[in-house]
Design a protein around this ligand. Structure first.
Ligand code: C2E
Ligand code: CA
Ligand code: CA
Length: 563
């Protein structure tokens, strides 16, 4: 079709297109073939490799956004239209997206001639073909767009019960990395197949973002068992069957999160997806290969944690306001003297009061805030120790390091800088690292621990006995001190087993030339009992709780004790 217009004003068209463009998912365009100027809906700039929605030198720029293999076809078509050998512009070809992948489009244009019959403009629309296709190619499931539209219909379904079950493949990223994308796609298809097998006519299955799939079930029969849990377990078994049937060499598991809705709910659809996603997130956090149903209380806790994390961030930004170091005395048994202290972090906030480090340190770790806070701890503790060591050259401060600091920050140079700045001697500090599977994690950790040793920085293994607990290994990792966890000391006067374990650990450590500290000695009886085992250091409420620097200095620093 061709049109003729009296006033051929590109500017005017352009404005109309901008407005119309906002009313549709398609991209509208106008192409001034004579002046080689082009205008397209603004949304195209977000999606495609274009920097502006209006540009001159259009042929060259179109060549840039067009897939290289498709350009000659497009070029010929435009040339044909210009010299009137081709009547219509109706092509399916590829444009490059902003992120650099090809997107199939359908482009239809119509010509506008001026009164003398000269071709002036081509106007039309570009449709993304994928968008119109509700089926995902990899899994043959409905795509998320379809899910969203089904969900909005759900709002109008006044009398429906049901649930949304969200499924995620736990180790999908590893599969992709290790076996390649093709294998990843096969796994996705296979899981989708398992889900279809179990859901049958009961509900609708959708492919969501990445490795996630969602099942929307209406009219769930609310019987004895929670139906979403039952469905999850059916799917899980089916997935396992499929893995062995297909003879895969790889193994994968799925997690599930669900959210229910009831006919009485005012607004069933809103936040249904967020709730199911949150439940899935929890399932993954709780060790994967498991199922969790959405729970309002848990969600509130989660939101509270986020809130606390935000407040922690503010504290850090306000010059570590609210953070404080407490010091717990460490007794040197041979010298019967308080010759050291462990620096323990405290945080208080007007909204939460004093929060336990057991609660807020994981939040600092998750958010990466532990890195700046960790630097502040090192500096504050060393500064304090510098003063205290005037009382005794051998006074030593113990500083806890989080694994995140070791893995994700340049911990060695942070420590170096701090020691230089304060002119601090490495013999007056020991760094405690919690025993965990992460210690094993290989090469990098080992390298970092080696640099500690090269700089003659003392290292201690914290909470020994709760994790990997292999002394030879710990010896190889170049630790100087083993802190035996409170769990073993707690019942030592009652439990023959604990007593023997601590005895063995201590003897073995000594034979490997490691020093030993007992944590959590609380009573006089505890003390009498553990002294027989000859530890090098003792730390516990029997001697003192963690206290402020002022109290430590006044009541404990270098005190000589009798026991
Ligand atoms: P941790 O490193 O094992 O610290 C020892 C914890 O045991 C301290 O708890 C201390 O108050 C407590 N404790 C000491 N003696 C006794 C006792 O006789 N009985 C009992 N029941 N408890 C005793 P706190 O200060 O609440 O710290 C808890 C944990 O938080 C620490 O365990 C450590 O993992 C972490 N943490 C504390 N400060 C820091 C820090 O500055 N950096 C890092 N990364 N973690 C820290
Ligand atoms: Ca510690
Ligand atoms: Ca400990």
């Amino acid at each position: 079709m061709q049109g003729r217009l009296e006033n051929l004003d590109f500017e005017h068209f352009n404005q109309v297109f901008t407005l119309l463009g906002r009313t549709t998912d398609d991209y509208l365009f106008i192409f001034d073939l004579e002046k080689d100027v082009y205008a397209i809906s603004e949304t195209a700039v977000e999606q495609f490799a274009l920097t502006e929605s209006r540009f001159s030198d259009a042929t060259r720029i179109l060549k840039g956004v067009c897939h290289p293999d498709d350009w000659s076809m497009l070029e010929q078509n435009i040339a044909g239209i210009r010299n009137k050998t081709i009547k219509e512009h109706n092509l399916e070809y590829r444009w490059m997206s902003k992120k650099g992948f090809p997107v199939w489009i359908s482009c239809r244009g119509q010509l506008i001639l001026d009164n003398s019959g000269r071709i002036r403009y081509m106007v039309g629309r570009i449709t993304e073909l994928g968008r119109k296709n509700p089926i995902d190619n990899v899994t043959e499931l409905y795509r998320e767009v379809r899910f969203r539209s089904d969900l909005s219909e759900l709002k109008s379904l006044a009398k429906k019960n049901g649930y949304l079950l969200q499924i995620g493949i736990d180790n999908f990223r590893e599969i992709n990395d290790k076996y390649g994308k093709e294998m990843g796609n096969e796994v996705l298809f296979s899981v989708a197949e398992s889900i279809r097998e179990c859901v049958k006519e009961k509900g609708t299955v959708y492919r969501m973002d990445g490795d996630e799939m969602a099942i929307l079930v209406l009219e769930a029969p609310f019987g004895e068992e929670e139906p979403a849990r039952k469905l999850y377990h059916e799917i899980r078994s089916q997935v396992d069957i499929m893995i062995s049937k297909k003879g895969y060499q790889l193994f994968y598991t799925i997690s599930g999160g669900s959210a229910y809705f009831y006919q009485a709910d005012e607004d069933k659809a809103s936040s249904l997806m967020e709730k199911a996603e949150f439940a899935l997130h929890l399932a993954k956090q709780r060790g994967r290969n498991t199922y969790i149903a959405y729970d309002e209380e848990e969600y509130k806790l989660f939101v509270e944690r986020l809130d606390m994390q935000e407040k922690l961030r503010q504290s850090v930004m306000d010059g570590f306001k609210g953070f404080k170091l407490y010091y717990q005395p460490i007794v040197n048994i041979e010298k019967k003297k308080i010759l050291g202290a462990e620096a323990l972090l405290r945080w208080s906030h007007e909204k939460f009061g004093m929060v336990s480090p057991v609660e807020f340190i994981p939040l600092l770790e998750e958010s990466g805030l532990i890195i700046p806070v960790g630097r502040w701890i090192i500096k504050t503790a060393m500064n304090q120790c510098k003063k205290w060591k005037e009382a005794d050259e051998d006074f030593r401060i113990n500083i806890n390091l989080s694994f995140i600091q070791i893995k994700k920050s340049n911990i060695i140079s942070d420590i170096d800088d701090c020691m230089k700045e304060l002119d601090f001697d490495s013999r007056n500090v020991l760094f405690e690292i919690t025993e965990s599977g992460e210690l094993e994690e290989g090469y990098m950790t080992k390298r970092i621990l080696e640099s500690f040793q090269r700089r003659k920085l003392n290292l201690g293994i914290d909470d020994f006995g709760t994790g990997y607990s292999n002394l030879r290994y710990i010896k190889e990792m170049m630790f100087d001190l083993v802190k035996i966890d409170r769990e073993f000391i707690k019942n030592i006067t009652q439990s023959q087993y604990d007593y023997l374990v601590v005895k063995q650990f201590t003897e073995l450590s000594h034979s490997l030339n490691l020093r030993v500290c007992y944590e959590g000695v609380e009573t006089y009886e505890d003390l009498q009992c553990v002294l027989q085992l000859k530890p090098d250091y003792i730390q516990g409420f029997y001697f003192a709780k963690p206290v402020t620097a002022e109290v430590f200095e006044k009541d404990y620093l270098c005190n000589e004790l009798e026991f």
